[in-house]
Design a binder for this molecule. Structure first.
Ligand code: ATP
Ligand code: MG
Length: 429
């Protein structure tokens, strides 16, 4: 049997209801914050990510799905959203609209990673990007959007961590200090970090290997190197968060995995049974648009992993011992039929009911009447109707409430049934 690819998942109806609930909440929340939805292609020119994500990142160095297409182009399945959305922003001259440009997306992403819980090769992110506004209030708004979404979804137990990684000017001072520090421990660093030491020492702070983490714990902190402008930006951001009542922790270890970040970086971190995982990560990227060939434009955004969000929600549900309040797929009415004429009648009735907004179901596999009723039970139908020749001839049938067993005679028209089920007109003719 052919199986699904490693690190990919099928989302079955039971689970997709939860996905839809999350997506609906995202759309509603973003609307209130004035963000418009964007959808970009699944594949882009490889160069976009090399430049927009950064050559020294894990994503570009190890994780991209890159291939040559039949026309000899180097193509990459998008590993993240920001570079693609930034490309679209430049390509469609969105900068000529009144700024900022506020965009959000719900898209799939592709990274060649070692699959484990919350780490897939095809995964999904909700993300937002806000271009053309560089104030601390903008950073606070973007963070408050993520915060509000998590609140609207009822996610609890996440900690907001914030940090500043400065601008290219103050960071170059910091890089020197870091290089000096890590050079003293060079032999102990992992092979990747030995390389990073020359190219981009800040990446070492983001390394997942235990030994590198231990060494990084004693490293100099960017916050001690911020220039006046970056320091003021960070102080104002903290103040804005406090004004909105959003709790945060300053965490100097947050540097984010991607190269284009400047100033503010942040993560919402979950703690499931002691295991920490980042559900949402983002930051300011004032250098990105220029890097991919646009006019210098500031920006900030985040990406929230939907699979990790779901893991957190499920852990919470388990802790509260409550059922997942997923969308109900049970039909409102089940139409059983005996004989060919009744079956044809049922086919038409169910079709008409569905067309006027009633979720209706019937048997499609030739079950006996008894088996049809069992099936209706299994589907948790709220009501059932049994059709035979008598019902069709008289135009009346009995509708049974499957919960309390009560029965009523009704006229057999789709509209009448809809009115009854949706609290319209009274029973009977
Ligand atoms: P990590 O440090 O966990 O590898 P990252 O820094 O690579 O994360 P980002 O590129 O910032 O992650 O992506 C934003 C969010 O997308 C993450 O916080 C996470 O929730 C989610 N995410 C990233 N990679 C994966 C993956 N392979 N599978 C599932 N979700 C992912
Ligand atoms: Mg990663």
């Amino acid at each position: 049997m052919i199986k699904r690819q490693r690190g990919t998942e099928d989302i079955l109806p039971e689970e997709s209801a939860l996905w839809r609930h999350i997506e609906d909440t995202i759309h509603n929340t973003c609307k209130n914050f004035g963000y418009g939805e964007i959808r970009t292609p699944v594949f882009e020119a490889t160069e976009l990510f090399q430049r927009g994500v950064g050559d020294t990142t894990d994503v570009v160095q190890k994780e991209m799905y890159t291939f040559e297409d039949k026309g000899g182009r180097s193509i990459t399945l998008r590993p993240e959203g920001t570079a693609a959305v930034a490309r679209s922003f430049v390509e469609h001259s969105l900068f000529s609209n009144p700024q900022p440009t506020k965009l959000y997306y719900i898209m799939s992403f592709y990274r060649y990673e070692k699959p484990q819980a919350g780490r897939l090769r095809e995964f999904h992110q909700f993300g937002v990007e806000c271009f053309g506004a560089g104030t601390p209030a903008t950073d606070a708004e973007v963070i408050s959007l993520a915060y509000t979404l998590l609140k609207n979804l009822g996610v609890s137990g996440l900690t907001l961590n914030i940090n500043s990684i400065g601008c290219p000017e103050c960071r170059s001072e910091y890089s020197k200090a870091l290089t000096e520090y890590f050079s003293g421990n060079k032999d102990k660093l992992c092979d990747t970090c030995k390389e990073r030491l020359n190219k981009n020492p800040m990446r070492i702070l983001d390394c997942k290997s235990e030994i590198c983490k231990q060494i990084a714990a004693g490293a100099p902190k960017m916050l001690d190197y911020l220039c006046d402008e970056c320091r003021e930006h960070f102080e104002k951001l903290k103040n804005q968060l406090e004004i909105m009542g959003i709790d945060y922790e300053v965490n100097p270890k947050i540097v984010r995995g991607l190269d284009y970040y400047t100033k503010t970086v942040f993560e919402f971190i979950a703690d499931i049974d002691g295991a920490k995982s980042t559900v949402c990560g983002g930051g300011r990227y004032d250098g990105l648009i220029e890097e991919i060939g646009g006019k210098p434009t500031v920006g900030i955004g985040f990406g929230m992993g939907i699979e990790r969000l779901i893991l957190q929600l499920k852990a919470q549900i388990k802790a509260q011992n409550s059922a997942v309040n997923s969308v109900n797929t049970a039909p409102e009415v089940f139409v059983a039929a005996i004989g060919e004429d009744a079956e044809n009648f049922a086919q038409k009735l169910v079709f008409e009911l569905r067309n006027i907004g009633v979720s209706a179901e019937r048997d499609l596999t030739g079950r006996s009447l008894k088996a049809q009723m069992k099936y209706a039970d299994k589907l948790s139908a709220s009501y059932s109707i049994v059709l035979g020749d008598n019902e069709i001839n008289s135009g009346e049938a009995v509708i049974k409430n499957m919960n309390d067993g009560s029965q009523n005679k009704i006229a057999l028209s789709a509209q009448n049934i809809a009115d009854i089920l949706h609290g319209g007109e009274s029973y009977g003719n």
